[in-house]
Design a protein around this ligand. Structure first.
Ligand code: TXA
Ligand code: MG
Length: 355
């Protein structure tokens, strides 16, 4: 199959949008821009179309998808929301939609099981990207879209990166420019709670804990250790992982092909003889302890100078791809400050890491 890229800027937007909608109507998959990362979209109400998303990504069927809505109100068409739950859901919508917040809520029967991997909940969000919004509006049905990368690999933040991941496997990529948040949406499972609403943080992202705390109590679900995960898989098979908290952890690596290491302290880095190393530096400053640690073959900085976490997030996956293609034997990544957006950046780095 030939993969076409259509530009969706200015006077070309209309044609790009109609092409995408036509393919979605025909039950095909299309790569679409969002403000976080590019998604691989299909009609969320058509199980056969959704199956093509899993096939193109080589994604295991037990890892559920996010559905993207055209309007705030349509959440009630796809989620079963009690009046008590609706209070907190509306607050989150007012504050963060459209934007990079995904809510996991009880689903309605209209959503096919393949979308949610059989879970009783569905993940929903409304993208802030104008082209994605136009496509959702014109299509008129929810669009199920995981990140448009092959399973386990780095999420794409440009049309070119999608092409590298999925060329020949999908008919169309809608090029809406570089993604301006750069890392995947924050995911919370929303619950009424006893005294305050509970927001179970399943994936850190651009909407940070400090923002969420204004609305409810932010709870970090306990992570399965790798050993516990393996034991569960052995004992109960894939079904064992089909628990609400588990799916978000399956993509436990956003991995480049080149091994990547995160060292909490620079001294932990012990270079091996004859190996070439790249440094993924936060701000390129010697005082952070990594720049002069080694005679690096390649150095890339996420946010040169004082270091801005927003800029680092936008560039993270792009720079990881560049380093992956640079031909070094291994990549060493500096962790960033563990505050605000830094939590999500460190999360992605650690999941990509070999240690
Ligand atoms: O920013 C984003 O969220 C991007 C753009 C394209 O919207 N999408 C994205 O999708 O990152 P994906 O499939 O790569 O990640 C979605 C995550 C998965 O880890 C999945 O396990 C989790 O959401 N998820 C989906 N439905 C869930 C559910 N019902 N309960 C718990 N986790 C769920
Ligand atoms: Mg993904």
């Amino acid at each position: 199959m030939e993969t076409e890229i259509v530009y969706a800027e200015e006077e070309m937007a209309h044609e790009a949008i109609s092409k995408a909608v036509r393919l979605l109507d025909d039950g095909e998959v299309v790569a679409l821009p969002t403000e976080t990362v590019y998604g691989l979209g299909a009609n969320a109400l058509d199980a056969d179309a959704v199956a093509k998303v899993f096939a193109a990504k080589e994604r295991p069927s037990f890892d559920p998808l996010i559905i993207h809505l055209a309007t705030r109100e349509s959440i009630h068409d796809y989620c079963e929301i009690s009046p008590e739950l609706n209070e907190v859901v509306q607050k989150l919508i007012q504050e963060f939609w459209p934007g990079p917040l995904t809510m996991v809520l009880p689903k309605k029967g209209i959503i096919p099981d393949i979308v949610t991997s059989g879970l009783p909940t569905v993940a929903v969000r409304m993208s802030a990207h104008p082209i994605m919004q136009d496509i959702c509006q014109a299509f008129g049905k929810p669009i199920a879209a995981p990140s448009a990368n092959r399973f386990g690999r780095i999420s794409p933040t440009s049309a070119g990166a999608v092409l590298k991941e999925l060329e020949g496997k999908i008919p169309l990529i809608v090029d809406g420019g570089a993604c301006n948040a750069g890392i995947e949406s924050t995911i919370v499972r929303v619950e009424v709670g006893k005294s305050r609403p509970e927001l179970h943080l399943l994936r850190a992202g651009p909407v940070v804990k400090e923002d969420l705390q204004k609305i409810g109590k932010v709870i970090r679900p306990k992570k399965l250790t790798e050993r516990a995960r393996k034991a569960l898989l052995e004992k109960q098979g894939e079904e064992g992982l089909n628990k609400p908290e588990a799916p978000g952890m399956l993509e436990s690596h956003y991995a480049p092909s080149t091994p990547l290491y995160v060292f909490d302290k620079p001294e932990e880095f012990q270079p091996e003889e004859g190996m070439s190393y790249a440094l993924l530096s936060y701000r390129g400053q010697a005082k952070d302890g990594y720049m002069e640690l080694h005679d690096w073959d390649v150095v890339e900085e996420l946010s040169p100078g004082k270091g801005k976490l927003g800029e680092a997030a936008v560039r993270l996956f792009h720079v990881l791809r560049m380093l992956d293609e640079s031909g070094v034997d291994a990549i060493v990544a500096e962790p960033v400050a563990e505050t605000g957006l830094g939590v999500a950046i460190n999360d992605r780095l650690r999941r990509a890491s070999q240690r």
